[in-house]
Design a protein around this ligand. Structure first.
Ligand SMILES: [Zn+2]
Length: 142
């Protein structure tokens, strides 16, 4: 199951970030999910619920999926258009000289810790938790 593999990646990243910041519990993870990423949100959520309870740090944590619309740019006429509707052919000038601007993301946007987190292991308090994981490509953190 494709989605389960992705969930494992996400959980591993969450664990790494949490450890780096001395966080013991994570209450929710917000994920940016591109329209043409090939990931089915419902399957992802099912896989999340199944996998997350096996990880003490993320037990009961919620996965919030934030959809990202797919947008393609046309080099011939410099317009941007909806990828899902029109595919690789520009609807304005008919050119095939196009490339995807956004819509393939599978990226952690935010990791939240519980408010009642004791936070004694966090020197600067819970606000030290990054509100955005390195945007470059968090799914490839070693
Ligand atoms: Zn065009």
């Amino acid at each position: 199951m494709h989605e389960l593999g992705i969930v494992y990646h996400i959980i591993r990243d969450v664990e790494n970030v949490a450890r780096a910041h001395g966080v013991r519990r994570v209450s929710s993870v917000t994920l940016l999910l591109g329209e043409v990423s090939g990931v089915v949100p419902d399957l992802l959520l099912d896989a999340w619920r199944w996998a997350v309870d096996k990880k003490p740090i993320a037990q009961g944590a919620e996965l919030v999926v934030e959809p990202v619309e797919a947008v393609t740019h046309c080099e011939a006429c410099s317009c941007d258009y909806a990828t899902v509707e029109h595919g690789k052919t520009c609807p304005h000038c008919g050119s095939g000289e196009t490339y995807l601007l956004q819509g393939q993301e599978v990226m952690i946007k935010q990791i939240e810790t519980p408010d009642e987190d004791p936070a004694d292991a966090v020197p600067d308090g819970p606000s030290d938790v990054p509100d955005a994981v390195d945007a470059a490509n968090p799914l490839h953190i070693a």
